[in-house]
Ligand binder design. Sequence first.
Ligand SMILES: N[C@@H](CCC(=O)N[C@@H](CS)C(=O)NCC(=O)O)C(=O)O
Length: 208
Amino acid sequence: MARFTLTYFPVQGRAEVIRLMLKDQGADFDEKVVTMEMWKEGTLKASCLFGQLPMFQDGDLTLYQTNAIRRHLARKLGVYGKDQREAALIDMMDEALQDILNKFIKLMFEKDDTGKEGYLKGLPKDFMPFEKTLSSNEGGFLVGNKISLADYALVLLLIHHEVLSPTFLDAFPSLQDYLKRMCARPNLQAYHQSDEFKSRPIVPEKKA
Ligand SMILES: N[C@@H](CCC(=O)N[C@@H](CS)C(=O)NCC(=O)O)C(=O)O
């Protein structure tokens, strides 16, 4: 049995950024998949502190809240910067990425495509700060010269946005190069190309 257990629905959803970090870092973890039927039964929901997933277990420590889980793992796996200064910059980048993620999640849950055009128009403004940061950071990552918590959030957003708009990276050479480099990291590449990753929908299927 692995030390870590991630409990979540059979979608990428909020858990995917946790999976990405664990996979890239080569950390062994078990997954408990909760189907909608299991969830609707109510017992598990009632047992979760905030009535929501993901839930993450690290030995006898049980955590909820995606970002608390991510930060715990980032500290544990050594991907939270080399000092407090880097950690602060990583937090700043991560918060800005969360802003994009929240808009993206909202779009994914819309019943039709009416918001998509406006969303796509806003992408250059949203991603430009990351393009600028990467073009000026010689370390090749968002902060410093080592992958961090924030990089996993950015990589996943870029992967998802390339699907949403295959040409969106054309205007961002540094982001393009960055995504190529990140996706060539051996563990990340293996996961990104796996059926496990490809077969997991980003969010639950929309019901007509
Ligand atoms: N702030 C929480 C939000 C968690 C959340 O919204 N979880 C959703 C799935 S992504 C959930 O459990 N939905 C089922 C429910 O609320 O009954 C986090 O980031 O973990």
